[in-house]
Each structure stands twice: as structure tokens, then as C-alpha cells.
Ligand binder design. Structure first.
Ligand SMILES: Cc1ncc(COP(=O)(O)O)c(C=O)c1O
Length: 563
């Protein structure tokens, strides 16, 4: 063999080895993706773009599962009874909603996505609940028509201690900072107290203030990238971290997030990716995923069948967090706990205390400013620094006009003072045992009455599960509303209880929940053909979509029987 031939073969061998190695790394990444569409952001976006619009007409609406005439008639009667209740009870709230709906984009979006799109228009036209409230008191809210509803929305998780507590935080906080007023740039002295408390609670060295949880997460990731010099972030399948593009790579984001890896939760293959790749700056964890690992936030608009699943296993999730901690330490990856939602809900010391695992950066939000808008990042000194001693032009910029706003700082200070008080400490005592026993008792009552509904919970965060295949589970939210329970736009996907729910309050909610399920059962929405399975429902819906795609005239589907 000549020298040039030897060189050629060696070169080819080196290139082949490099390619092989790249392939191996790529395959390892693929193996660590969840097999659902939630685990494949780009594919999910492509699939979403193909889903055609079609909807059910007046007849098909009641028999999307091919129910016989008698069942469909029963459902229609039940539906019309609900329509009557809504019209009579929510008239003023619905009228104001109708008046402004065209002008509030958010309202149009949430109204449309309360139920699966095939049913949405019919529901919107008939069941008008209204999106306005007049007041709150105890664990209830009162609408414009004077209806008092038990609040299961928890104001997206902000309401941990009860609305009265937040009203006080805001009023007293405002009084504290009144003399300074809305002066920005310099800090009100209460800020010093807040920083001290945040450092104590997080066990971390430094704090930065932002205006929302989304912004706090943006800053945490930016810092991780700055300090590691790596581009990619890891999030786990289904986890919500706000609506910033890089942490929301799938449906909902018009761009592909190219620097985001979405890995399988609770899976050794993900640890393998973390321990072998060199381009990962940080791992983001939303501990709420412990309730539904690898599942997206549950909402009724995706309740096509009864496949919703949830179960909290504290030991397994704790073990997982410990493994993540170890691999992040070993690989110098920044571990970020996004405690915006669960922060002060699971324990006074947050998720770090609850699971006994420490992060490098922690984001807080929601409840922490006593009811005012907020985002906070706490972190280790080395990771929080926004400049380099040796390279003065190499900075990590983060500002924000309203950061550390005096009124927000005043209210936060009140929040932290309350956190130390005896009544609030009492709310945290045996917290999980209390909420687990409430969930268990409700499930027992549902089981005893053979109702096809159950609840699953992570402490005071609940979701509703359905035990029998059905296309109509999303209707349950309207029966609950008729019984005086206020839900957020995700319907039965998520109930968030404030910790001040007394046994009597909870008993009232449980009774109403049961009455709603009984009424829904009576009205035959849970009738099911013996052959119906979640799989057959999904297959059927897919078939409808394909039909609608190829024959757009099917925009409004009628029942085959009624043709
Ligand atoms: C875990 C988590 N992170 C971030 C956010 C975003 O917070 P915000 O809505 O204040 O922007 C949320 C909001 O629900 C959240 O639950």
C-alpha cells in the first residue's frame, strides 16, 4: 500500500468513526424521547397543522358515539335543561361577556378551547356561563348575577392561603410603600426583607425580580447558557414552564425551538443523554409533572376519550430528582427547579424542601407576591452573576421596567410575614394527609355509586379521571358549574384548592361533585356501547379528520342515521 493510499484509508476510517459516533449520539437522543406526540414537538406541530376543522351538527352532537335514538334524546333533554339553568342563572355575567368578547382575544381563545373543537360552537352558542365575577369571600366567588360558586380555579395557582389573605397583603403592602409610590429603579426598603426571606427559603445566595413566571424562567435559562457556554436546554415531556418559545417547543409556538431537547420523564435513557452530551446548559423541572409524568397539562379541550391518566408517586419522583441532581452535578449542567406553580403550595420551603433535593436555580411566581404579578429567580452566586470580572464587555443582560415594583414588594413582604404566622403554619400541618384523605373519600363515594369518575391529586392540585370510554366527559364541567362549582377554562383537567378549605367547605364541594356526576349519568352522557374503547374512539376521530381533510364539504357533520 502506498503512503497516499494509507493516508486515504486512515482519513476514511476517521470520518466513518466520527459519523458513527454522531449517529450513536443522535440515536441516544431519539431513544430518550417519549413516543407520544407530546415527546416529539416538531412532529406535533406538523400534525396540528394538518388537523382540519369540522364540527357536529345538531343531531350528531348528541350521538358522536353512535348512541341509539333514546340515548340521544335523553342527552338532548339534559342539555336543554342545562341551557335553561345557565340562561336563568348566569344572565348578567353572560351578557357582559357577549358584549366584550369580540374585543378580548384571550376570551375568544379560552371560550373556543373549553371542549373538543367538534362540539365547541354548539356548546358556545347554547351554554353561556359568563367570564365575569364581582367578588370573592372565603373559598367562594360571586358572579354578576349574585351566584356564589365554590372556587376550584385557585386563580391559576396564586390562591394558596385564601382570597382574604391576599386582599390583606395587597392593602397592607400598598400602605407600607405609599410614601414612595410608583417610583422605579431604586428599591423600597421592604425589598431588603424580601431578599433575606427568599434567600432563607430557597437556601440560595442571590435573587432577581421579574414580572411573571415566564420571565423568571427566561432569565434562569439565559443565565445557565451564559455560564456554561452551552446552548441547549432540557425540559421534560409535557412540562409547562410558561409561554416563552424555547420552553414551549410544540403546538402553540409558530417557530420550532431548535435549542430545546424534550426528554422522557422518569427514564434512565434521559439520564444517559445528560451524562453523554456536551451541549446541555440546563435541565428544567416542573415538579407538577410528578402528578402526570410525560403528560401535558390536562384540559377538557383534549378530552376526546377517557384516556386521561394521573397518579402521584412521591418516592419514585424523589428518587428521579436525586438522580437528576447527581448527573447535573457530574456534568456541570445547571439544575433549575421551576417552582412557579407548586412553590409554596406543597410545603412552606417549596418543592426543594418537599422532595429533599436542592437545585442551582429556582424560579418562583404566582402566590409569592401576595396576589400581585411576579416572577423570581433565586440561585447560587456563580450562576446568578451577570458579568465577568476578566471580560467586562461579556455580560448577561436582564432588566425590566417594573421589576421590584414597590407595590409588589410591599405585598410580597406581607406574604412572607404571614408565612410565619401560626394560622398559616397550621394550614401546612399534615397537608398531604388531609388532601389525600379528601380525594380518597370522594373516590370511595363515586365508586359506591358506580359513577365513572375519579380524582387524582398532588396535594391540593387535583385532576378528574374517567373510568369508562366516552366521548362526552368534557360535558361534566357544565354539570359542575350548574352545581355551583367554578372551574377555570381547562375544566375538569385541573382543580386547584386553596389551603383554607375547611372540612365543611370541602364536604359541600364533594356533595356537589357527586350530584353533578349523578345528573350527568342520568342524562345518559356516559352511556357506552359494549364495543367502545378509548382506542376505537381515537381511531374514529382520526377517520373523521381524514374524511374532513379530503372532503371539506363535511365541515358540519351530521349523523349517518339522520341523513
Ligand atoms: C411551572 C410554571 N412555570 C412558569 C409559568 C409561567 O408563569 P406566568 O403565567 O406568571 O408567566 C407557569 C404558569 O402557570 C407555571 O406553572
Amino acid at each position: 500500500m502506498t503512503l497516499s493510499e494509507t493516508l486515504l484509508y486512515t482519513g476514511v476510517a476517521i470520518v466513518a468513526l466520527v459519523l458513527l459516533r454522531k449517529l450513536q449520539v443522535r440515536l441516544r437522543l431519539s431513544a430518550a424521547k417519549h413516543r407520544s406526540l407530546t415527546g416529539h414537538s416538531r412532529m406535533a406541530r406538523r400534525f396540528a397543522a394538518l388537523v382540519p376543522f369540522y364540527e357536529y351538527g345538531d343531531d350528531r352532537f348528541f350521538r358522536a358515539d353512535d348512541a341509539p335514538d333514546a340515548v340521544a334524546a335523553n342527552r338532548r333533554m339534559g342539555f336543554m335543561r342545562l341551557v335553561g339553568i345557565f340562561e336563568q342563572r348566569f344572565a348578567k355575567s353572560a351578557a357582559l361577556t357577549a358584549e366584550v368578547q369580540d374585543g378580548i382575544s384571550d376570551l375568544q381563545f379560552t371560550a373556543r378551547y373549553r371542549v373538543p373543537f367538534q362540539f365547541s360552537r354548539y356548546v358556545r352558542e347554547h351554554l353561556k356561563g359568563g367570564s365575569f365575577l364581582a367578588s370573592s369571600s372565603g373559598v367562594t366567588v360571586t358572579d354578576l348575577d349574585g351566584n356564589r360558586l365554590y372556587d376550584l380555579t385557585g386563580s391559576y395557582g396564586v390562591n394558596v392561603f385564601g382570597y382574604a389573605s391576599y386582599k390583606e397583603c395587597i392593602a397592607r403592602g400598598a400602605a407600607r410603600v405609599r410614601d414612595l409610590g410608583p417610583v422605579l429603579g431604586a428599591y423600597h426598603p421592604v425589598t431588603a426583607y424580601n431578599v433575606k426571606r427568599l434567600k432563607e427559603i430557597s437556601g440560595l445566595d442571590e435573587v432577581s425580580f421579574h414580572m411573571s413566571g415566564t420571565e423568571a424562567v427566561m432569565q434562569a435559562v439565559r443565565l445557565a447558557r451564559y455560564h456554561t457556554g452551552r446552548r441547549n436546554l432540557v425540559r421534560f415531556c409535557g412540562a409547562y414552564h410558561g409561554w416563552w418559545g424555547d420552553v414551549q417547543p410544540g403546538v402553540g409556538n409558530p417557530l420550532a425551538a431548535r435549542e430545546t431537547y424534550t426528554l422522557k420523564d422518569l427514564d434512565a435513557k434521559s439520564l444517559r443523554v445528560l451524562s453523554t452530551r456536551n451541549d446541555i446548559a440546563c435541565v428544567l423541572i416542573n415538579p407538577l409533572q410528578a402528578l402526570h409524568p410525560n403528560g401535558a397539562a390536562p384540559g377538557d379541550s383534549t378530552l376526546v376519550d377517557s384516556g386521561r391518566n394521573a397518579h402521584f408517586d412521591r418516592a419514585a419522583y424523589t428518587e428521579w430528582l436525586k438522580k437528576l441532581r447527581a448527573v447535573c452535578t457530574e456534568r456541570k449542567i445547571v439544575l433549575i427547579f421551576d417552582e412557579v406553580f407548586v412553590g409554596f403550595r406543597l410545603a412552606r420551603g417549596g418543592a426543594q424542601e418537599y422532595f429533599g433535593v436542592r437545585a442551582d436555580l429556582v424560579t418562583y411566581g404566582k402566590t409569592i407576591a401576595g396576589g400581585l404579578p411576579i416572577g423570581v429567580v433565586c440561585g447560587r452566586k456563580e450562576v446568578m452573576r451577570r458579568f465577568r470580572e476578566d471580560r467586562p464587555a461579556d455580560i448577561c443582560f436582564a432588566r425590566g421596567t417594573f421589576n421590584a415594583h414597590p407595590y409588589v414588594m410591599g405585598s410580597m413582604c406581607e406574604f412572607f410575614e404571614r408565612l410565619d404566622s401560626a394560622p398559616i403554619a397550621a394550614l401546612y400541618r399534615d397537608l398531604d394527609a388531609l388532601w389525600n384523605s379528601r380525594a380518597h373519600a370522594l373516590n370511595e363515594r363515586l365508586r359506591a355509586q358506580d359513577l365513572p369518575v375519579r380524582v387524582a391529586n398532588l396535594s391540593s392540585i387535583w385532576t378528574v379521571l374517567y373510568t369508562r370510554p366516552s366521548r362526552y366527559n368534557w360535558m361534566f364541567q357544565y354539570y359542575l358549574r350548574a352545581e355551583g362549582l367554578a372551574l377555570s377554562w381547562v375544566g375538569t383537567g385541573r382543580f386547584i384548592f386553596s389551603l383554607n378549605y375547611s372540612d365543611a367547605d370541602f364536604a359541600a364541594v364533594a356533595d356537589r361533585f357527586l350530584s353533578a356526576a349523578q345528573a350527568m349519568q342520568r342524562d345518559a352522557w356516559w352511556w357506552t356501547a359494549p364495543t367502545l374503547t378509548n382506542k376505537s374512539i381515537k381511531r374514529r376521530v382520526l377517520k373523521e379528520m381524514i374524511q374532513a381533510r379530503w372532503s371539506p364539504s363535511m365541515g358540519s357533520m351530521s349523523s349517518p342515521r339522520s341523513k
